[in-house]
Each structure stands twice: as C-alpha cells, then as structure tokens.
Design a protein around this ligand. Structure first.
Ligand code: SF4
Length: 340
C-alpha cells in the first residue's frame, strides 16, 4: 500500500495469514497513518479473506504490543504497522507481524550538502525505522568522498543496524568512542536530541524530505530542553509524595526499577506510590492531586515530550537521583530502556 511518502509492504504478513488460515486480524496503526485505515483494511481483507479489526488504542512504538485482552476477543493474528520489532521479545501472546512503513527518497543531495561539515571526521550513521534502509546508500556516498563511516549494532531492543528509537540509542553509544560526530538521517528533533544527550557528540541532521542540513539549531533546542528539565528537577526538590509511573506495555515494563526507586525514596523518608497503566496521559493522572512529583519509568518520552501537559512535575529516574542528591546536574543523561 502506498501512502506518499510511505510504502507499506504487507506481503509477508499476508503470506503468514494465508498459510496459517488466520481469520481474525487486529491492525495496530501509528497515529500519523490512522486516517488511512480503510486502505489497509481493504488490502488485507482482499488478499486474505480474513476480518480485519482496528485497534483504537495509541500505537507509539514497538513497545505497544497488543496483550492478553485480544486473545479473549479471539484475535488470531496482529499486524503492527510502522515499527521494527524488539528482538528480545521472542513470544507474543497472539502471533504478531511488524510491517515497516518505509520512505524511499533520494538521499544524495542532502548528503552532498553535509559533506563539507563532515569531511576530516569519522562519522557515525544513525536513523529511524522509516529510513534505515537508506543508510547503506549514505555510507557509499561518504566512502566516495573519503569519509569513514561507522554503523553500530545496538542492543537487544534494536532490530536493524544503525537504528535509534526514542528510548534506546545503543546503536549510537556502541560506536561513540570511535567517531567524531553523528549523522542522523531523518526528520524531527526528538531522536537527534536524544542522540546528542546520550552520546554528548555533535549531531548533523540530514533531512531527506527538505534536503536541509542542520547542526547548530539542535544546540538551541538542547539548551531549551535542558532548561526545562532543570526546572522540573528544581520543582521536585520539596516534593513529599511521589508517584512512580510503571508502563504495563510489554516493551515498557520496568517494575524492578520502580521498586528500586521506591526503596530510594523510603530511605530519604519520602512517601511514594507505584502507579501502573497501559497508557499514561494527564487525564488518567488528574485524580491523584496529592502527588507532588511523578517519576516515570514508562516511555522516556512522556517526561520530555509531554512535560507541559502535566500540572505535577514529571521527571525521569536519572533526574530523581539529581533531586535526591545522589547524582549531580553535570551527570545528566537521557533516560533509556537498555538491554531488557
Ligand atoms: S517506550 Fe517510547 S520511545 Fe520506546 S518504543 Fe515505546 S513509544 Fe517508542
């Protein structure tokens, strides 16, 4: 199915459905593609004769794995669009196929534009699931220009070499000591920002949609986010009652970390409660008015991206250590879910 600029290839998923004779399918669609649901349903139903149901829950990442609820609805098979699977998850309650939404763009213009900034340096290449297949092309262009490029493997949360996700930059940290700077192929600032905060290396953003190359702009955004995080930490210093957020999605569960945090808070004579939910948002937490500070062990993006939406300061586990004085602001790093 082609929804410009995305190409979504259902062939493998359709083959499995037909071979296994699956009759009831659940489709998980990322937010940006949800309004095209009719095209996906039509295509899969036509090729398989199965009934395709649509998950109306948000689907932000490969961590959003449909769980035991759907087994009771007699769903035989799940198709999740737009994300690469987590290799560490071997068994799904209901068999699941991940169907990437790739973008095929000519990267030569934007990379050639970046070459003057890159030359003389050793460069680490990273991207997101949508553009990861283009990294070899980027590598070849750099080689032709005598620029040495490195692509990291990443840990057990990373399927494709060079892939970074909002909660895991291991494909970058793997090679960080061998390189001078990173080239991020893609759009948006969240991933390059996490990359910069995780590796402390300069990042050049090559946007293949606009052919723009950005470097210094990211420093301004980094400073703005760090100011915001500093504010959140300062607002949490006098907190008495803490809520520790635990995501129940299979790819987000950090319950052991939550218990560790609770122990730390106990030893500092702070009251704390563990809050578990499949989908955290400000409305779900509105009723917990006497909580002074939320510590998120769920998706690291909640504290960073959605900070302004919460009335209560929401911080990451690393930031809590700074609040409690066991780490210094200079030790600040981005929260990641590593090697599960
Ligand atoms: S935990 Fe957050 S950043 Fe990681 S895959 Fe899930 S939605 Fe993406």
């Amino acid at each position: 199915v082609i929804i410009p600029p995305f190409e979504i290839d259902f062939k493998k998923a359709i083959k499995i459905i037909n071979e296994k004779g699956y009759k009831r399918i659940l489709l998980q669609i990322p937010e940006g593609l949800k309004n095209h649901f009719t095209k996906f349903v039509e295509h899969v139903e036509k090729e398989t004769g199965a009934i395709v149901n649509i998950s109306a829950d948000p689907c932000y990442g490969a961590c959003d794995i449909a769980n035991s609820d759907i087994e009771k609805l007699k769903i035989d098979f799940v198709i999740q669009i737009g994300h690469a699977p987590f290799p560490f998850i071997k068994n799904y309650i209901v068999p699941t196929a991940f169907v990437n939404a790739i973008v095929n763009l000519d990267v030569s213009k934007v990379i050639e534009k970046a070459i003057p900034i890159l030359s003389g340096n050793k460069v680490g290449l990273v991207s997101t699931a949508q553009h990861i297949h283009l990294l070899n092309k980027v590598n070849n262009i750099l080689l032709e220009n005598n620029i040495e490029a490195f692509i990291g493997k990443g840990d057990r949360r990373i399927e494709k070499k060079g892939q970074i996700i909002g909660c895991n930059f291991s494909a970058a940290t793997d090679i960080s000591d061998s390189i001078d700077m990173f080239l991020f192929l893609g759009d948006g600032v969240f991933h390059p920002l996490g990359l910069k905060l995780s590796t402390k290396k300069p990042v050049v953003i090559c946007n293949p949609y606009t052919n723009e190359v950005q470097k210094s702009e990211l420093d301004d955004i980094k400073d703005m986010i760090l100011r915001q995080r500093y504010g959140a930490i300062a607002r949490s210093k006098d907190a008495r009652i803490f809520g520790i957020i635990v995501g129940s999605k299979l790819g987000q569960q950090r319950i052991d970390l939550a218990y560790e945090i609770k122990d730390k808070l106990d030893s500092c004579q702070k009251e704390s409660y563990i809050l578990i939910s499949n989908n955290f948002n400000p409305a779900n937490l509105e009723g917990f008015r006497n909580i002074d500070c939320l510590v998120s062990t769920a998706c690291p993006r909640i504290a960073i991206d959605d900070y302004m939406q919460y009335n209560t300061p929401i911080i990451t586990p690393v930031e809590l250590d700074i609040v409690l004085g066991s780490k210094k602001w200079d030790d600040y790093r981005f929260d990641e879910i590593l090697n599960p």
